[in-house]
Each structure stands twice: as structure tokens, then as C-alpha cells.
Design a protein around this ligand. Structure first.
Ligand SMILES: NC(=O)N[C@@H](CC(=O)O)C(=O)O
Ligand SMILES: [Zn+2]
Ligand SMILES: [Zn+2]
Length: 355
């Protein structure tokens, strides 16, 4: 049995760090495991300009544990009014790495999202020309479309037309959750890729309703049927460079999830690498783990791979239920109260012990 896994240092290509006290509480977990992360811009108000991204980056740097070398990769939140000139200059000066498209009302803090793709055609054309990646939350929000079909319908009616209309645009289908998504990305033109979360590899939609309604399994896109989970596991562990690691760690205070109208999003950062490693081990694909975690993402984004390595050891550890926030609040940790098999042995920040 494999006892240690050593891979080139990984990155997380989809992270919600929030702001203020929450940022301070959750950032160490990401920084302990990942060299870089794409920081999602869905704050309230959202990060819509390069100047706002600069300010957010400063707040992240100030919240980092001492000695951490973690690098946040900033993004802009696309609105109907996004300025193509700001996007291109922000990208070319290295202050942002991508723009995120949230269809309006698709997910947490998406009320400022794009109302009609036609409206952003000029900015997409500018991004295509300048090489700026477009990151997409791929779900339609029309009320007549079933929540479990939102991704598949999005791919057919929005994503595929967009990918054809802008044939040079670099596109990441974020947190893919369906076999339709996997098939689409596998067969799409060059420069189309997808992130896969740990949680969508681990549970199917039954978990949301196991013996009662379970808010700590509610995220968007919502978990799908077992056949979709199996398709995701196959894609992630295939070695196909179009699929790579993006945890979609999305912390919410317990009170905001355990509510009559609970927020979507799971705080997976504390167990992210452990969960992925478990999946690759179960699939007999540990030899493909490094490509998924550390190589395929940089390749898609045209960035260098990280220097150095990270080692996971087989050392079962109990996962804490919660991470505390000031004022008595807490964030439930995905798999909190359970035992995970893999532990990061040599991370380079203060949070190493918890990761
Ligand atoms: N994944 C989620 O369920 N929630 C995310 C938003 C998102 O990535 O869609 C959040 O910001 O809380
Ligand atoms: Zn999303
Ligand atoms: Zn997300």
C-alpha cells in the first residue's frame, strides 16, 4: 500500500476566500496546501474593476499567515457593464488573471451577474484577442428548467454557442458536475477546460436528503445522480489535461446554512488535498494525481508550474467539525467529525498542522 504521495506543489483554480474575519479564518487552510489560487470575485459588492481587485489582493496578503508564500490570482466579476479596456489592461499588467461569468441569480452573490450574454459580446471579443480566460458558472436560471438539468441545458444553449462564436477564447467550465459536462469538455475545441471539486467526486445527490434535509451537502451546482459522479471521477483521474483541481471551497457561517433558506457552498479547504488523494487512490490512479493537481491547470492558464513538492502521508486524522469565527460564529468543515486518511506532511505555512 502506498504510504506517501509526493507531487509538485499544487494550485487551487477555484476558491472563495470572502473578506474580513472570514477571510482571516479560512485563508490559512488554502495557503497551507496550495501555492496559488484563483480567487473568485463574488464579494458583496462584487470585485468588478481591476482597482477593486488590487484592493482585495492587498487584504488577502495582509491576512496571510506569517512566512506564507501563497499567491492569490485575482479575477473580475463580469457584469453587463464590464469595461473591456479595464479587463485587458488589468490582464496585461498581471493584476488579474481572468474574468468570471455568473449568470444572474445562478448562485451565491450573483444578483449583479450577466443578464444576457449578447450584452457582453464586446468584452468577450476583447478577451479573446488579448488571451484573457473566461471562467464560467455554467447553469441556466430559467425557472422552467429543473435544477438538476441546469448545467446540461447551459452547455447546450449558452456554452457551446459562446465557444463557437469566440473560437480563440480560453474558457474554464467551473465545477463541472455532469457527464454531459465531461463529454462536452472532452470533445470541445482547444482552450476549453474544466475544474472538478472534491465534493462532487465524493457524494451524489442522495447525500442532500439522507434521513432529512442536510444543508452541509448543499452547494451549486447541486450534486447530481451517481452516474454523473462516476463520470467526474473518471475524468479527473484520466490524465486528460483539460480537467484540473478547483475546490470551490465556499465557506458560510453555520447560521447562514442551517436556515429556512440556507446558502449554497461547502467549506472544503481543510480537507481538500486529502479528499482528492483518497479519490485518486480509490480509482487506482495515484500516478495521475500530480497532473490533475499541479500540471494541467498551469498549462491551461499559460503559467509556469510551481517549484518544489508537497508530500501527503497516510496518517488518519479526525477532521474538526468547525472553524471558529469571532463573535461565537463557526463554519462547518466538509467531512468534519469524520476521519480522513491523508495528511499534508510538509506544508510551508502556519496552518500546516491543520491541513
Ligand atoms: N458553490 C457554491 O455553492 N457557492 C459559491 C458560489 C459558486 O461557486 O457558485 C459561493 O460563493 O458560496
Ligand atoms: Zn459557481
Ligand atoms: Zn465557486
Amino acid at each position: 500500500m502506498t504510504e506517501t504521495i509526493t507531487i509538485r506543489r499544487p494550485d487551487d483554480w477555484h476558491v472563495h476566500l470572502r473578506d474580513g474575519a472570514m477571510l482571516k479564518a479560512v485563508l490559512p487552510f488554502t495557503a497551507a496546501q496550495f501555492s496559488r489560487a484563483i480567487i473568485m470575485p463574488n464579494l458583496v459588492p462584487p470585485v468588478t474593476t481591476t482597482a477593486m481587485a488590487d484592493a482585495y489582493r492587498e487584504r488577502i496578503m495582509a491576512a496571510l499567515p506569517a512566512g506564507s508564500r501563497f499567491q492569490p490570482l485575482m479575477t473580475l466579476y463580469m457584469t453587463d457593464d464590464t469595461d473591456p479596456a479595464d479587463v485587458v489592461s488589468g490582464y496585461e499588467s498581471g493584476r488579474i488573471v481572468a474574468v468570471k461569468l455568473y449568470p444572474q441569480h445562478a448562485t451565491t452573490n450573483s444578483h449583479f451577474g450577466v443578464t444576457d450574454i449578447e450584452k457582453i459580446h464586446p468584452v468577450l471579443a476583447a478577451m479573446e484577442k488579448a488571451g484573457v480566460p473566461l471562467l464560467i458558472h455554467g447553469e441556466v436560471t430559467r425557472p422552467e428548467v429543473d435544477i438538476f438539468d441546469r448545467e446540461a441545458v447551459f452547455i447546450e444553449t449558452v456554452l457551446d454557442p459562446l465557444v463557437r462564436r469566440f473560437p480563440g477564447l480560453k474558457v474554464t467550465l467551473e465545477h463541472v458536475t455532469t457527464k454531459e459536462g465531461v463529454e462536452y469538455v472532452t470533445g470541445a475545441r482547444e482552450r476549453v477546460a474544466a475544474t472538478i471539486t472534491p465534493h462532487h467526486l465524493i457524494f451524489n445527490r442522495n447525500a442532500i436528503f439522507q434521513g432529512g434535509i442536510r444543508p452541509h451537502y448543499y452547494c451549486l451546482p447541486i450534486a447530481k445522480r451517481e452516474e454523473h459522479r462516476l463520470a467526474l471521477r473518471k475524468a479527473a483521474t484520466s490524465g486528460n489535461p483539460r480537467f484540473f483541481l478547483g475546490t470551490d471551497t465556499a465557506p458560510h457561517a453555520r447560521a447562514a446554512k442551517e436556515a429556512a433558506c440556507g446558502c449554497a457552498g461547502l467549506f472544503v479547504a481543510p480537507v481538500a488535498l486529502a479528499c482528492y488523494a483518497q479519490v485518486f487512490e480509490e480509482e487506482g490512479a495515484l500516478d495521475k494525481f500530480e497532473a490533475f493537481a499541479s500540471l494541467n491547470g498551469p498549462r491551461h492558464y499559460g503559467l509556469p508550474v510551481n517549484e518544489g513538492t508537497i508530500t501527503l502521508v497516510r496518517r488518519p486524522r479526525a477532521v474538526a467539525e468547525d472553524v471558529s469565527l469571532p463573535a461565537g460564529e463557526a463554519v462547518h468543515v466538509f467531512r468534519g467529525g469524520e476521519t480522513v486518511s491523508w495528511t499534508v506532511a510538509d506544508a510551508d505555512s502556519a496552518a500546516a498542522a491543520v491541513a
